[in-house]
Design a protein around this ligand. Structure first.
Ligand SMILES: [Zn+2]
Length: 84
């Protein structure tokens, strides 16, 4: 496991480190879906930060992340509603 950046480089707030389902738009206007990507999200800046090695591995260095949702958000929501 590679070390993950813990603070947002823009606002220095702690990132939410979890797995995300993401959509990347590539230069040829096609889109690529990537599921379960480990990344850090800044809730203030709405920016997703991924490991550069992972971006290179997925061949996404020329792409832009246009959508990301926490993979386990549905499970968390279910747990919260069940506790109320
Ligand atoms: Zn930030």
């Amino acid at each position: 496991m590679l070390p993950t950046r813990l603070d947002c480089p823009e606002c220095q707030r702690p990132l939410v480190n979890t797995r995300f389902d993401t959509t990347f738009r590539l230069p040829d206007a096609s889109e690529r879906l990537c599921f379960g990507i480990p990344a850090g999200l800044c809730r203030e800046c709405h920016q997703l930060y991924m490991d550069p090695d992972l971006i290179e591995l997925l061949d996404l260095d020329a792409g832009r992340c246009v959508f990301a949702i926490e993979s386990d958000a549905v499970l968390q929501a279910g747990a919260w509603s069940g506790a109320e």
